[in-house]
Design a binder for this molecule. Structure first.
Ligand SMILES: Cc1ncc(COP(=O)(O)O)c(C=O)c1O
Length: 332
């Protein structure tokens, strides 16, 4: 058995401690049990297998990618097992745990300023493209614009949810960055039942919410936020809004309060986007008339953010008041 063979087939757990109507059930697919620790293992293994089949990546090859950490972890894991060199660029807001894990697996990590404007030389995406251009023969997954990203979820995560739920899903809810997760899963679920509703969660500070509702990409919307892995400062081609029925905004405070609830009440130590996803799933569940089922994903584990989301000093220093967090938790 190799490490790639244990990707996917993740458990779907029912969340039972949230205040939602009695006949609306909440389920979460626990993606952090994948060997690289996140949902990104699926699309990375899918894209690398395709690249190897097509001869774009071979023995001794180099992989270059921009990442908020999880794609990087999946690449570093697979590069380590296959003898590839991995060069990964990431914004400096990415947690130290994530950065250190990539280096531990032998990847070269280049940290870029989060504040760099999209398209500017120091932006982590531009930086990865430059390194790719400077290394002829290197392979870039191009996760934002590569249709195979969403296809990986269409072929694996979507069918697993549909079958795991006994072919009964009312709504699917998830945050998005590249859009691979929401687009691939929504496409599969809607193919099986066009009545399935798909809701994207977007952090305050990202462009997707306004783009969906008003058709405008407004650079004025771009603002810093702490949740890692959701939202964007540019439109990713993988994000297929024709498959999305609504886009809801969440705040860091909503996401982190839900993380505390998940840890204390459900025994699930989750990353920030999992908190956001479950917060959104709860809002959607409250808007439904039962019987209904709402499904979301837990993209990565809180173990990658112990120094942030689960560190009272970091939370206080960054403006997350413990009293307000408790109040938000009580509303869940
Ligand atoms: C922790 C986390 N959650 C959610 C996402 C969003 O997934 P997608 O890029 O498929 O939209 C990412 C992507 O980087 C992530 O790292």
């Amino acid at each position: 058995m190799n490490i790639q063979s244990i990707i996917g087939g993740t458990p779907l757990v029912e969340l039972t401690t949230f205040d939602v109507p009695a006949d609306v059930r909440l389920f979460a697919k626990v993606e952090f049990v994948n060997p690289g620790g996140s949902i990104k293992d699926r699309m990375v293994s899918y894209i690398l297998a395709d690249a190897e089949r097509r001869g774009l990546l071979g023995p001794g090859g180099t992989i270059v990618e921009n990442t908020s950490g999880n794609t990087g972890a999946a690449i570093a894991m697979m590069a380590a097992t296959r003898g590839y060199r991995a060069i990964l660029t990431m914004p400096d807001k990415v947690s130290k745990e994530k950065r250190d894990a990539l280096r531990a697996m032998g990847a070269e990590v280049i940290v870029c300023p989060t504040s760099a404007a999209p398209g500017s030389a120091k932006h982590y995406v531009t930086c990865a493209r430059r390194i790719h251009a400077e290394n002829p023969g290197s392979f870039m997954l191009n996760q934002y614009d590569n249709p195979l990203n969403a296809e990986a979820h269409f072929r694996s995560t979507g069918p697993e949810i549909w079958e795991g739920m006994g072919e009964s899903v009312t709504a699917f809810v998830a945050s998005g960055s590249t859009g691979g997760t929401i687009s691939g899963i929504s496409r599969f679920l809607k193919l099986k039942n066009p009545a399935v509703t798909s809701v994207l969660l977007d952090p305050v500070g990202s462009i997707y919410h306004r783009y969906f509702h008003e058709g405008v990409v407004d650079p004025g919307e771009i603002a810093p936020y702490f949740v890692e892995g959701a939202g964007e400062d540019h439109l990713a081609r993988c994000m297929d809004f024709s498959l999305v029925d609504d886009v809801m905004r969440f705040s860091d405070a909503d996401a982190f309060a839900t993380c505390q609830h998940l840890a204390k009440r459900e025994g699930l130590i989750c990353g920030g986007t999992s908190g956001a996803n479950v917060w959104g799933a709860v809002q959607v569940a409250r808007s439904l008339k039962g019987p209904a089922t709402v499904v979301t994903v837990l993209p990565d584990s809180g173990n990658k953010y112990i120094s942030k989301i689960y560190n009272p000093d970091w939370l206080r220093q960054n403006g997350f008041d413990a009293g307000e967090t408790r109040e938000l938790e009580q509303k869940l």
